[in-house]
Design a protein around this ligand. Structure first.
Ligand code: GDP
Ligand code: MG
Length: 209
């Protein structure tokens, strides 16, 4: 029997980090190409999708944003479940948001519980590099990269959701690393009988909307 590689992938990407670092703005810039200066707490949002092509593969990125519950670190298991990549975001002008990354990283691994935590794909974004021409930044690129190295060489991007700087590249990197991870999971699950994966998909059988 010839095994065909699936030509279409659905990847779940979640965006984590302190409130106010620009998670929603980055997502809006990437998906809708718009930026709003106004601060609006996200309400009730689950995810948005974006189609892209990586090599010969059609990829649907399902990007999950928080609805403001990150303030209480209470995102709920559905948010984390089945994530293929985790984008961590901090604000280069706010040292606290950089320090909290450690907690978000741990929280993610605890809640999502990936089969191989060491190899799970993360991407780090240092956002708002546009502010004050960089004069108000308190976390240097070097410090951020050192943290990434400690965490197993996480890709790092300096971004501005406002000026659309590096946003596309950052999400593309997330998609690519998620694809690699998905492929490895396929290999890992190859031996599991179909009946098991069917019950796993269960979830009530119908649409939960
Ligand atoms: P979230 O709580 O992490 O989702 O953050 P938001 O996306 O709601 O952004 C919080 C505030 O920061 C808003 O007022 C945004 O307009 C602003 N903001 C987000 N990203 C940037 C950026 O790259 N540059 C600047 N100057 N402001 C930004
Ligand atoms: Mg938000």
């Amino acid at each position: 029997m010839v095994m065909l590689t699936p030509k279409r992938s659905l990847l779940k990407v979640i965006v984590l980090g302190d409130s106010g670092v620009g998670k929603t703005s980055l997502m809006n810039q990437y998906v809708y190409k718009r930026f709003s200066q106004q601060y609006k707490a996200t309400i009730g949002a689950d995810f948005v999708t974006k189609e892209l092509q990586i090599d010969d593969k059609l990829v649907t990125l399902q990007i999950w944003d928080t609805a403001g519950q990150e303030r209480f670190h209470s995102l709920g298991v559905a948010f984390y479940r089945g994530a293929d990549c985790c984008i961590l975001v901090f604000d280069v002008n706010a040292v606290k948001s950089f320090e909290t990354l450690q907690i978000w990283h741990e929280e993610f691994l605890k809640q999502a519980d990936p089969s191989d935590p060491e190899a799970f794909p993360f991407v780090l974004l240092g956002n708002k590099v546009d502010i004050d021409g960089g004069n108000s930044r308190v976390v240097s690129e070097k410090t951020a990269r050192e943290w990434c190295a400690l965490k197993g060489d996480i890709p790092y991007f300096e971004t501005s959701a406002k000026e659309d700087y590096n946003v596309e590249d950052a999400f593309l990197s997330a998609a690519k690393t998620a694809l690699v991870n998905e492929h490895e999971q396929d290999i890992y699950y190859q031996g599991i009988p179909e009946s098991i994966s069917e019950t796993e998909q269960g979830g009530g059988g119908g649409c939960a909307c």
